[in-house]
Design a protein around this ligand. Structure first.
Ligand code: HT7
Ligand code: ZN
Length: 868
């Protein structure tokens, strides 16, 4: 497979200015006539041939300025390239007629059929699977589309922009013509055709334009669209208020589809969504589902400016739109819910998904230097670390300074395709600051460590903080240059109040000393408040100091962080004890701190819940020299059980006092927080493995009406050793809630695939045979296979059975959907973090994958890079 490099970027020899498409959908075969109005780039050689991207299309004819070319005038010089060999004038129209088969498209890239509807996914390189094109983001054109289809099976025909005409054609067929006034790259093109229901609303922009909003789904799901609509209107308003950004078309359409490789897609004026990211109603969606829908709706909407109006010059710049848009959706969700809670959730995801990636052979800078399959680079690094990098601009420049930078970015680049350097320059120029060194966040992979050493002079009332930074090697980057790191710091006195105003220190050297004057007593340092940079922190502290911070820090994030550090220490110490065959212990200081948190009355319930939640296994694993899955799981269980033994009464009281009446259903912050803390308490109580609590949990699993409570209780029972209760809860969930609803079925699959029971592997094997399972549906694959790959104990079974099972599944899926199989291969990428025996077992599986003939380049790239 061919590797592409960032340094090799060149402008294309031709620009395409207009694309005129005729898409004739017939059951079993679709014909696409694509007319490109193109011109040679100034400076390009006259002899330059036109090389169009074209994949899995059957070329019927090619016309140049209306005249059919003979087959000797064009050819496929290499796979997926259609080259026009004959001479071309400076400006011309090139027309191709191709045949495609959406019904057979299991890759879900290009035009495909999902259930009964036709839809497209063009990012990153799917447009070439519809019609030959210069399928690259710097080629921006205006699109006109005519869709023709059967009227009965496809009454709804949608594309980007505005509907300009529609009508009947006889013989049961009809058409619709759409025109998008904004030039766009091909990856933002979309078409949908199907029998869909919808809800409608309007939004009046701040300049008084009325925008028609419509959200489509299968008819049966129309009652689950209201939350998405509310979220869309909230997003539109928020972007006007926070960034002065107004929507620019008269229509905004969203369509929910069952089969989708990712969460959603921001096609201009026609977003396509995975049903999992748009459907929600109280009886089917958990609180996290509601949050996800709100966040993803916002994310795709925000792309209209950060991604669509200003797009990426090439795919190496992906974080330009994704990091920025994730940052924007995070800020929005924080404003809609709670800033502190949202920050904790985002950092938990970063630590569980991105930190391990940054410490693996798949580590890459947020702006990668090379790729084989671009689809493999839609990663936690590009998205989530990318968002942290954007957040650091805001921390360094302040909210106002950041806004100035954004305004200049749009002023300079609206309507064009640009680079991450252009964004950085806009931020620097708008604020008159030097952000040269900040580029290293884009060029270097790996998670830096910031080490702090503190000293205090009572005489001089002076506090000194020496900060040093380092970052271990990454693939192709043995050494690193110092980063520009904003470190938000507070100094706390004995009374729990800040002694001096909080500061943002700019750490730019390998080591730097920062002095605080007028500090009246020896402070406790609160470092990296709000997680002001994506780094690990090293600062020696006693358990007591952490407990003090947990109780007193005015920064909610660092209160939570101190608790996480306490838990981490204890779990890692117990891992060691388990490995050495010694007794495990839970320090009293942790029990006391947890008790204080449990007894707090006027605390945000979500913060209380997160403060009592143990760090994820992946986050803990990242802190171990060698990950020992059995010891890690045992240590976590021990900590939970010991805590529950000591605080049984407090957990019971908190469980009861946070019960909510079943009617009316509420998903405001208080109700969400109550369900959260209640279910954390249930989790602890279930660790005691007593009949009383199994009964409590079973009652919740059988009687709750809120999906959050049902899932929490049933998941706990799915991992219970009480076979009868486990069976009853799972059967009840299936019969009463999941049957007939694909999204709830996925929850049912996941709770079993994640369960820590001796039959885990045979259970997931059986789930694949379940009549409701389908290997072709990405959500279902993720819910069984992806979830099992996250089952720390059973996926990592010492005999390698979990690894072999995953490889077999990857090979099954790879034939249908390489994007999906490649994602699953990445579960193996962190293999060097495990013991020698497991390393050897995983290595053998990666080698088995690579040796398989016909393996997709997507899966090949992840497998081969993981082995490096
Ligand atoms: N921009 C969208 C990316 C996306 C995608 C990428 C590769 C393959 C399938 C895909 N579906 C959507 C999603 C987003 O970040 O908004
Ligand atoms: Zn995005």
């Amino acid at each position: 497979p061919v590797e592409k490099f960032r340094k090799d970027y060149k402008e294309p020899d031709y620009w395409v200015r207009n694309v005129d498409l005729l898409i004739q959908i017939h059951d079993g075969q679709t014909t696409v006539r694509g007319k490109l109005s193109a011109e040679r780039r100034k400076g390009a050689q006259e002899s330059a041939t036109l090389r169009l991207d074209a994949e899995d299309v059957e070329v019927v004819s090619v016309l140049l300025n209306g005249k059919e070319l003979s087959s000797s005038d064009y050819h496929f010089p290499e796979k997926d390239v259609l080259e026009i060999k004959c001479g071309l004038p400076d400006k011309f129209e090139l027309e191709t007629v191709v045949k495609i088969k959406p019904e057979d498209n299991t890759q879900l890239s290009g035009l495909y059929k999902s259930s009964s509807m036709y839809c497209t996914q063009c990012e990153a390189e799917g447009f070439r699977r519809i019609t030959p094109m210069l399928d690259r983001p710097d080629v921006m054109a205006k699109y006109k589309v005519r869709i023709e289809a059967d009227q009965k099976s496809c009454p709804v025909l949608l594309s980007n922009g505005n509907l300009v005409s529609k009508g009947e054609m006889g013989e049961g067929r009809h058409f619709a013509e759409w025109e998008d006034p904004f030039p766009k790259p091909s990856y933002l093109f979309a078409v949908v055709a199907g029998d869909l229901g919808s809800i409608k609303d309007t939004f009046t922009t701040r300049s008084g334009r009325k925008v028609a909003l419509e959200i489509f789904s299968e008819h049966a799901n129309v009652d689950q669209l209201d939350w998405a609509m509310q979220s869309l209107k909230d997003s539109m308003k928020w972007d006007e208020e926070r960034f002065g950004l107004e929507y620019d078309l008269d229509i905004y359409n969203i369509v929910a589809v069952n089969d989708f490789n990712m969460g959603a897609m921001e096609n201009k004026g026609l977003n396509v969504f995975n049903t999992a990211c748009v459907l929600a109603k109280p009886s089917t969606a958990t609180d996290s589902d509601y949050e996800r829908v709100q966040g993803v709706i916002a994310h795709e909407y925000f792309h209209n400016w950060t991604g669509n109006r200003v797009t990426c010059r090439d795919w190496f710049q992906l974080t330009l739109k994704e990091g920025l848009t994730v940052f924007r959706d995070q800020q929005f969700s924080a404003d809609m819910t709670s800033e502190a809670v949202k920050r904790i959730e985002d950092v938990r995801i970063l630590r569980a998904a991105q930190f391990p990636q940054d410490d693996s052979p798949m580590a890459h800078p947020i702006r990668p230097e090379s790729y084989i399959a671009m689809d493999n680079f839609y990663t936690a690094t590009v998205y989530n670390k990318g968002a942290e990098v954007i957040g650091m601009y805001q921390t360094l420049l302040g909210k106002e300074g950041f806004r100035k930078g954004m305004d200049l970015y749009f002023k300079r680049h609206d309507g064009t395709a640009v680079t991450c350097d252009d964004f950085r320059a806009a931020m620097a120029d708008a604020n008159g600051v030097d952000l040269e060194q900040f580029e290293r966040w884009y060029t270097q992979a790996g998670t830096p460590t910031v080490e702090a050493k503190a000293s205090y002079s009572a005489d001089k009332q002076r506090f000194e903080l020496v900060l040093s930074q380092s970052c271990g090697p990454s693939p192709g980057q043995p050494t690193k240059q110092p980063y520009h790191i904003p470190v938000r710091v507070g100094l706390i006195g004995k009374d729990g109040k800040d002694l001096v105003p909080e500061r943002v220190l700019e750490l730019k050297e390998a080591s730097q000393t920062f002095v605080f004057e007028g500090v009246k007593e020896e402070p406790v340092v609160s470092l990296l408040r709000g997680f002001s940079a994506p780094v690990n922190v090293k600062l020696p502290r006693s358990d007591e100091e952490l407990a003090f911070l947990m109780a007193n820090d005015q920064d909610s994030f660092n209160r939570w962080e101190a608790g996480q550090e306490l838990f981490t220490r204890s779990i890692l110490a117990n891992v060691k004890a388990f490995q050495d065959g010694k007794d495990m212990e839970l320090p009293q200081v942790i029990v006391d701190a947890a008790k204080r948190t449990l007894l707090l009355e006027d605390i945000d319930k979500s913060l209380q819940a997160y403060a009592l939640t143990l760090p994820s296994l992946l986050t803990l694993g990242a802190k171990m020299d060698v990950i020992d899955p059995d010891a890690l799981v045992a240590a976590c269980k021990f900590v939970k059980e010991s805590m529950a033994k000591k605080l049984r009464a407090e957990f019971e009281t908190a469980y009861k006092s946070n019960q909510l009446p079943s009617e009316p259903f509420r998903n405001d912050a208080d109700a969400v927080g109550r369900r959260r803390i209640k279910n954390v308490c249930l989790d602890y109580l279930m660790a005691l493995k007593e009949d009383k609590y199994t009964k409590l949990c079973l009652d919740q699993a059988l009687q709750s009406t809120a999906m959050t409570d049902l899932v929490a209780a049933t998941s706990l029972l799915a991992g219970s050793s009480d076979e009868a209760a486990r069976k009853q809860a799972l059967e009840n969930f299936y019969e009463k809630h999941a049957k007939g609803n694909d999204l709830i079925l996925c929850k049912w699959f996941t709770m079993q695939a994640m369960a820590d029971v001796t039959t885990s592997l045979s259970d997931v094997g059986a789930l694949l045979q379940h009549p409701d399972f389908s290997l072709k549906n990405p959500n279902k694959c993720r819910s069984v296979i992806g979830a099992f790959a996250g089952n720390m104990k059973h996926f990592h079974a010492a005999d390698g059975s979990g690894y072999r099972w995953l490889t077999d599944r990857i090979l099954d899926i790879d034939k249908m959907n390489p994007q999906m199989s490649a994602r699953l291969v990445s579960s193996f990428s962190t293999f060097r973090r495990y013991d020698q025996k497991r390393q050897a077992l995983i290595k053998a599986e990666l080698e088995r994958l690579i040796a398989t003939s016909g393996l997709s380049r997507d899966a090949y790239e992840i497998a081969s890079k993981s082995l490096k």
